[in-house]
Ligand binder design. Structure first.
Ligand SMILES: O=C(O)c1cc(=O)[nH]c(=O)n1[C@@H]1O[C@H](COP(=O)(O)O)[C@@H](O)[C@H]1O
Length: 271
């Protein structure tokens, strides 16, 4: 998928919502636990109920790896289901990888080629040679952690190094890497006031913005400071949507939550 196609999907669906599939077996409805693959059944129901309201889905791989081989199979079935039923939907493997070059190449193969996600989240800390193997995969995106939504972001990311905040250095430096056109960046919704500065460095890169919903970030504030000509935003909510109800009506309630966000997005897009 290209940037242009992603923006076209956003305009068509009047939504830049990304739904996070962070499935915790202790939080899903009891009746699903007796099925052969409760995680996949849960995801399938959520996707079926919300796919017209979202342009992207983001399974966080921790929630699958935690359940061993069974979890990995559920992840595989989920991405296959999305790719077969909704090929226009942008998929993100939220794996936050990054290692020495030859190891990163294997992570890139795992998530972008074998599992066939459109993108993967990557930590920038090990630098250029740890990220370029992801960037080298054609027609895929690498979503680099720039300024994260958690409190610990202030430990390193906002610290000044040689007169500049580290998150700005990360974004600026990453622009010099080979195939940097395949980059997107993670910026937390809880840090809305930073978007103006970030847009000065990357005026039209896509930003994956987690932190609305359960973490309390404001959609309106993020859009005010972070929206670009091409929209350039994918706003993620995981728990706020998928655990709206833990009863039989969970998919219906998830749709209601997704719809609230989509309607707010529609208003912002057409005001
Ligand atoms: O890379 C991410 O997606 C991410 C980066 C970040 O800075 N903060 C953050 O919350 N996330 C992820 O986004 C999702 C947020 O989930 P909720 O807080 O339940 O909406 C989780 O999968 C987090 O791992």
């Amino acid at each position: 998928m290209t940037h242009q196609q992603l923006t076209a999907n956003i305009r068509r669906k009047k939504s830049f919502l990304c739904i996070g599939l962070d499935v915790d077996l202790t939080k899903i409805p009891q009746h699903l636990l007796t099925t052969e693959d409760p995680i996949f059944e849960f995801n399938k129901a959520i996707i079926d109920a919300t796919h017209d309201l979202a342009v992207a889905y983001k399974p966080n791989t921790a929630f699958y790896e935690a359940y061993g081989i069974k979890g990995w199979i559920s992840l595989e079935k989920t991405i296959q289901y999305l790719n077969e039923k909704h090929p226009e939907i942008f998929t993100i493997a939220d794996a936050k990888r990054g290692d020495i070059g030859n190891t990163s190449s294997m992570y890139a193969k795992a998530f972008l080629e074998d599992l066939a996600f459109d993108s993967v989240t990557v930590a920038p800390y090990m630098g250029k040679d740890s990220v370029e193997p992801f960037l080298a995969v054609k027609d895929k995106f690498t979503i680099l952690l720039a300024l994260t939504s958690n409190a610990g972001a202030f430990d390193f990311q906002t610290q000044t190094v040689d007169g500049k905040e580290l998150y700005k250095k990360v974004i600026e430096t990453s622009k010099t890497w080979k195939y940097s056109e395949n980059l997107m960046y993670v910026v937390g919704a809880t840090k809305a006031e930073y978007f103006t500065e970030i847009r000065k460095i990357v005026p039209d890169s896509f930003l994956l913005v987690p932190g609305v919903g359960a973490q309390g970030g404001s959609l309106a504030e993020v859009c005010k400071y972070g929206m670009a000509e091409n929209i350039g935003l994918l706003i993620n909510s995981s728990r706020g949507i998928i655990y709206a109800s833990q009863q039989q009506d969970f998919a219906e309630k998830a749709r209601e939550e997704a719809l609230k966000i989509q309607l707010e997005m529609q208003q912002i897009l057409f005001r």
